[in-house]
Design a protein around this ligand. Structure first.
Ligand code: UDP
Length: 315
């Protein structure tokens, strides 16, 4: 049985990855300091092959026994979170990557880094292929996340080149689905909660900026395929169907039959104007492309948000 370490395993993506690995027969150590993750995300797991360890991976990591693979997913990932935890974000993306790569080297384990479309910044090339080097404001408010992830990619490649670590880098584009926190602060959770509670939907700027939203199950499948592959260069995983943020807000109102209004709020600094993955590499090298259409993905996310909201209200 292969043994995996998932850092950030109690987070949105990390917990789905833990589920997926367990279903594929892996034994899983889930490590999380719970600053943005939650034990609620892993409470349903009832398996002798699963272990939760509360630990901040920005500090030395001690794992007893053999380890076959590491997935480094620990990091605040919502813009309001990395604005709230700027130093933790920088540390987990730099010291955390260094520590987890150190474990990979010591255990002779493979390593997969959760990187991000944010490394492309406010992109001057559209859609974004992996060969684009990006347009990031190092000293802006988003710089703490973007630069940590860029450093993480450089560190991962250095360990691959110098220590022959079997390393993978996934550049994750906007993803949504069950287990996003109600107060996550990203567009889809905000719009859903606002519509479900009869509040106005807060559109930042005029909502003409674009994003391309991938349902979480598609993303996790792509990541698992990358893990099994022999591709060491970065690979974009995301859904290339692009829409404006206003269109997404309207879609959510429609899906919920909500009468909430859409109101414009100030656009956050350095908010990327466009974003869409070029997924040619993932298609060619991993034989992967997203399958879940937006209506299906939204329905399943809405179902989760309704239940989570009810549970919160009955507390
Ligand atoms: N956004 C918005 N209203 C919100 C939250 C986000 O209009 O309540 C916008 C945000 O400015 C950005 C887009 O939605 O243009 C996606 O934001 P998100 O925080 O989901 O992630 P990002 O893609 O910026 O990392």
């Amino acid at each position: 049985m292969a043994r995996a370490l998932v850092t950030g395993g109690a987070g949105f993506l990390g917990s789905h990855l833990c589920d997926y690995l367990l279903a594929k027969g892996y034994s899983v150590i889930c490590m999380d300091n719970l600053i943005t993750g939650s034990e609620d995300n892993i409470a349903h797991i009832d398996s002798p092959n699963f272990e939760f360890v509360r630990h901040d991976v920005s500090t030395f990591i001690n794992i007893e026994g053999d380890l076959d693979c590491i997935f480094h997913f620990a990091s605040p990932a919502s813009p309001p979170d990395y604005l709230k935890y700027p130093i933790q974000t920088l540390k987990v993306g730099s010291l955390g990557v260094h520590n987890t790569l150190g474990v990979a080297k010591a255990k002779n384990a493979s390593f997969l880094l959760a990187s991000t479309s944010e490394i492309y910044g406010d992109p001057a090339v559209h859609p974004q292929p992996e060969t684009y080097w990006g347009n990031v404001n190092t000293v802006g408010p988003r710089g703490v996340y973007d630069e940590a992830k860029r450093f993480g990619e450089a560190m991962t490649m250095a360990y691959h080149r110098s220590h022959k670590i079997n390393a993978k880098i996934v550049r994750i584009f906007n993803t949504y689905g069950p287990r996003m926190r109600l107060n996550d602060g990203r567009a889809i959770p905000n719009f859903l909660i606002q519509a479900l509670t009869g509040k106005d939907l807060t559109l930042y700027g005029d909502g003409s900026q674009t994003r391309s939203f991938c349902f979480v199950s598609d993303l996790i499948e792509g990541i698992f395929k990358l893990h099994l592959s022999d591709v060491n260069d970065p690979v974009n995983i995301g859904n290339p169907i692009e829409m404006s943020v206003r269109e997404m807000a309207e879609k959510i109102l429609q899906a919920l039959g909500s009468k909430s209004k859409i109101v414009e709020r100030e656009l956050p600094e350095d908010d990327p104007k466009v974003r869409r993955p070029d997924i040619s590499r993932a298609k060619k090298l991993l034989n992967w492309e997203p399958k879940v259409i937006l209506d299906q993905g939204l329905a399943s996310t809405i179902d989760y948000f309704k239940k989570a909201l009810n549970a919160q209200n009955s507390d």
